[in-house]
Write a protein that binds this ligand. Structure first.
Ligand code: ADP
Length: 541
């Protein structure tokens, strides 16, 4: 016998629903975008009107019904207009990472077949020289965010504000199937060419509902949310949907991404929630320490959050960092570090250790660890490590137009390429990315654990640990350390600090003092660069 069906309305989960909600119920809530002339103030009502007009602009420009619309822009109100104006008219928003190498940028625009690119004037010189390599782009719409960059005199170039002023507002409501594509984002391609992840309206709404919930970022009408994490990569971690959904005010840094400017904006605008990668918080600590602020939660992920960084925030800024884990392929937020009630009475050291974990999957996502290359599940004992796999309505099933690339196992789990352990409650502890693990004498060494231990030294600003070739062991760890300004540190001091913290065979063979850890386009440690820089490192005799 067939199970009985429920009798509830089948209303599709589309971005229009968020748009309409914020337009109807939170129109007076402020949106602020920082700029060279100071913050520019607006409201959701004004934004909604402009967003509807943007729908008209896309029609005027003749963008196809399912056309891909590129954005090459900082976090700003205009970018938020594109985040809704594009998908609510059925088109697909393609956020382009402004820090991609030129060849990669051309590759992703051509692979996505973008018909138009909306570009901030401050970053126009990064895009315009490539325009003739971008075979499908018919229009470049310049959004004047200040500065003096020359705007080319070319029929393909249009001005955003001029187009908007002339456009008719549109009604939206054309997307009926919640599985329609809403946006796409390419992974930053730490290996091989970038690969496209194609988000649907449904996945975007469900992800935002998880992000907005208390165990996620926990955002409501009293919040002022500021995404430092870029809208040009991994969806600004869902904040561009979560904050409007919650009726929270939004603050955008624009191009003013210097640590001092960000810290001043947080203080001046009463920001209560913000999020970014660890490098951002590392740089901002001295500018926030000891100041009065309204911050309630700081979200951080993208790479491991060192316990020392979170503790420094607890002591100097008054709140520890909330760690989340995810990938472009998971929208990106999949797990978060809200501590369960069982830890209420734990001491600060235990809590600090728990916050250094990547946390429990948010409701909707399931996680497991398996022996790499199999579907054999490993125990949740916090000892066994294996490949982390996830499944859920905002995890990608496959990449866009990448035949032959298998993202999902035959039993429907997404392969993350991360190596992790799970504790008895399924809290995730990422040991490494598969390609960053150091294989010494057939045993794995976690570069992340070593980095966390080194970064706990008070004289260390940053540390990255990479594998260097070794004739006896195959690979051995090399610690690349950046010393804080005004401090001194020797190799022996680093190793003495590590000795009580890690197994003796984990001790790096050498310590290299470097000026800066190279970063990827999204501000993560670029271990690929360090590995090639030290590829010929002389093995320790
Ligand atoms: P890419 O860096 O390849 O563009 P993403 O930006 O999607 O890809 O990054 C996803 C990866 O970032 C994850 O697979 C994981 O290795 C790493 N990562 C994300 N969050 C965390 C975290 N909280 N701790 C450790 N690693 C993390």
């Amino acid at each position: 016998m067939r199970p009985m069906l429920g009798l509830m309305q089948d209303v599709p989960l589309t971005l229009d629903t968020i748009f309409r909600h914020v337009e109807q119920h939170h129109g007076d809530v402020p949106i602020v975008t920082n700029g060279p002339g100071g913050p520019v103030r607006s409201t959701y009502a004004a934004w909604a009107d402009r967003t509807r007009r943007l729908g008209g602009v896309l029609d005027t420009l003749g963008v196809s019904a399912d056309g891909r619309v590129g954005t090459f822009a900082w976090n700003s109100q205009r970018h938020l207009e594109l985040y809704y104006g594009v998908p609510c008219t059925g088109r697909v928003l393609h956020t382009l990472n402004i820090r991609l190498f030129p060849e990669q940028l051309t590759y992703v625009v051509n692979h996505g077949e973008d018909e138009v690119v909306f570009v901030d004037r401050t970053v126009l010189p990064l895009l315009w020289p490539l325009i003739d390599t971008m075979t499908t782009v018919r229009h470049v719409v310049v959004m004047d965010d200040g500065g003096t960059n020359e705007v080319p005199d070319d029929p393909r170039v249009r001005d955003y504000e001029t187009l908007l002023a002339a456009a008719e507002p549109v009604a939206f409501g054309v997307v009926r199937d919640e599985n329609t594509a809403a946006s796409m984002c390419y992974t930053s391609g730490t290996t091989g060419n970038p690969k496209g992840v194609l988000y649907s309206h449904r996945s975007t709404v469900l992800h935002a509902m998880a992000v907005v919930s208390p165990n996620g970022f926990g955002i409501g009408v009293h919040d002022v949310a500021m995404p430092v994490v870029p809208m040009f990569h991994a969806n600004a971690w869902g904040l561009a949907q979560a904050a409007p959904m919650a009726g929270a005010a939004m603050v955008f840094p624009g191009a003013m991404m210097q640590p001092q400017a960000l810290a001043d904006l947080i203080v001046a605008e009463g920001v209560t929630f913000t999020a970014g990668v660890p490098t951002i918080w590392q740089g901002m600590l001295p500018h926030l320490a000891g100041r009065e602020h309204q911050l309630r939660k700081i979200g951080c992920g993208g790479s491991a959050v060192p316990a020392a960084l979170s503790e420094a925030y607890r002591e100097q800024v008054g709140l520890p960092i909330y760690q989340a884990w995810g990938m472009t392929e998971t929208h990106p937020v999949a797990s978060g570090g809200t501590l369960a009630r069982r830890y209420d009475d734990a001491d600060e050291a235990t809590k600090a250790a728990l916050r250094a974990r990547q946390g429990v999957p948010l409701f909707g996502v399931q996680a497991r660890i398996v022996t790499a290359g199999t579907t054999d599940e490993l125990p949740w004992d916090d000892v066994a490590t294996g490949e982390l796999q996830v499944r859920g309505p905002w995890c990608a099933a496959s990449y866009y137009e990448e035949p032959g690339t298998e993202l999902t196992t035959e039993d429907g789990w997404m392969k993350t390429g991360d190596i992790a352990a799970l504790d008895e409650f399924g809290s995730i502890r990422i040991a490494d990315r598969t390609k960053d693990l150091i294989k010494s004498g057939g045993e794995w060494i976690s570069s992340v654990d070593l980095e966390n231990a080194i970064m706990a030294h008070p004289a260390v600003a940053e540390a990255a640990v990479v594998a260097v070739p070794n004739p006896t062991w195959g690979e051995r760890p090399l610690a690349c350390v950046v010393v804080k300004p005004g401090e001194t540190l020797t190799e022996a001091q680093v190793l003495d600090h590590l000795r009580p913290l890690v197994a003796s065979w984990w001790l790096p063979d050498a310590v290299e003092f470097i000026d800066e850890v190279p970063k990827t386009s999204v501000g993560k440690f670029s271990k690929k660069d360090l590995r090639s820089r030290f590829a010929e490192y002389p093995a320790k005799s």
